[in-house]
Design a protein around this ligand. Structure first.
Ligand SMILES: [Zn+2]
Length: 327
């Protein structure tokens, strides 16, 4: 007997759209942006075609453009004029991110402003905090760096950030920042923790974008080994217990199993489609090897399908246009 269950029935052109399970919406997307204190005109990032570093003075206008696309949220990375050993530029009230937050909020008060809280763009050595001697040579020092993260997070909240996003993968960073924010009367500022950040080779293009390459060592002593699933879940649970409001998996596309598992925590989960994931699609599309728009939209849809509530993606602005076209 021929099968009663014919799967192709549901794939008829007019039926398929009404049975589609996963829809990426504009409110799912977060636009990551690089704000550079040392430039006066936007500067293209060669390893991330279509992406630019923006001068701080332009951020109000950039925020208006993003709002006009229907996108509700931005994630800011700062590139300071000067770097030093202690990352003092990271918590300067007139620093690049602090100034950008104020300009964005003035131009578009409802914009959700999320800030990356880390020191690697601000340190001369390129590591994510204070470095010193450890048993294994010079490396990032955990506890001395927490105080630095507290200062950075508080300065962003004071400037008007809605959500601070610590990305340094230090032990205890969420609890430490939560305490510091509450002490300053910033109990309404959310913490989106880069809770589950892998030591990935796919961050390569970002280092050019943010000038955050390092002068020695690497980040494998503070980010998770891509091979370790259980450790990744434990990292997320610890940050949830420390009071994170939103968890994050980074990178996104290669870690959908982890993303899916973390949704069991009950907290909202963000996925960060990183620079290398973006650059791969862009580069292949430039060569005519894949079609950019369907490839990018497929990547975003699959990240959402795995359970992401928010997707941080360099495709966000293009995708906003494509999603509106498709409606
Ligand atoms: Zn960092």
């Amino acid at each position: 007997m021929f099968p009663v269950r014919r799967m192709r029935r549901s794939r008829a052109r007019n039926i398929q759209p009404i049975l589609r399970q996963t829809h990426v919406g504009l409110s799912d997307l977060v636009v990551p942006l690089f704000v550079d204190h040392g430039i006066t005109a936007p500067r293209p990032i060669s390893s991330m075609p279509g992406q630019e570093r923006y001068p701080v003075e332009s951020m109000g206008r950039v925020a208006e453009d993003i709002r006009n696309l229907g996108l509700p949220a931005m994630l800011l990375f700062g590139i300071p004029r000067h770097k030093d050993e202690e990352a003092t530029g990271a918590y300067d009230e007139n620093g690049v991110v602090q100034q950008a937050i104020r300009d964005i909020k003035k131009a578009v008060p409802e914009m959700v402003v999320i800030t990356d809280v880390c020191a690697c763009e601000y340190t001369s050595h390129g590591h994510c905090g204070i470095v010193g001697n450890t048993r294994q040579g010079t490396d990032l020092l955990n506890d001395p760096s927490l105080e630095l993260m507290n200062r950075i997070a508080v300065s962003h909240a004071d400037a008007g950030a809605d959500i601070v996003a610590p990305s340094c993968m230090l032990d205890g960073m969420v609890a430490s920042i939560r305490g510091a924010l509450d002490e300053e009367g910033r109990e309404d500022t959310l913490i989106m923790s880069y809770s589950t950040k892998f030591a990935s080779a796919f961050y390569g293009p970002f280092r050019e974008a943010a000038e955050s390459g390092f002068s020695f060592g690497d980040r494998t002593t503070y980010q998770i080994d891509p091979a370790n699933g259980r450790e990744a879940i434990l990292e997320s649970e610890l940050d949830a217990a420390e009071g994170a409001d939103i968890l994050m998996v980074k990178p996104a596309g290669l870690y959908l199993d982890i993303l899916s598992e973390i949704t069991a925590s009950g907290l909202p989960v963000a996925a960060y489609q990183v620079s290398g994931e973006y650059a791969m699609i862009k580069a292949a599309a430039e060569r005519g090897w894949i079609n950019e728009k369907p490839a990018a939209l497929e990547s975003l849809t699959c990240i959402k399908r795995a359970g992401a509530d928010l997707i941080i993606s360099y495709f966000a602005r293009d995708a906003a246009g494509w999603l509106i076209e498709e409606q």
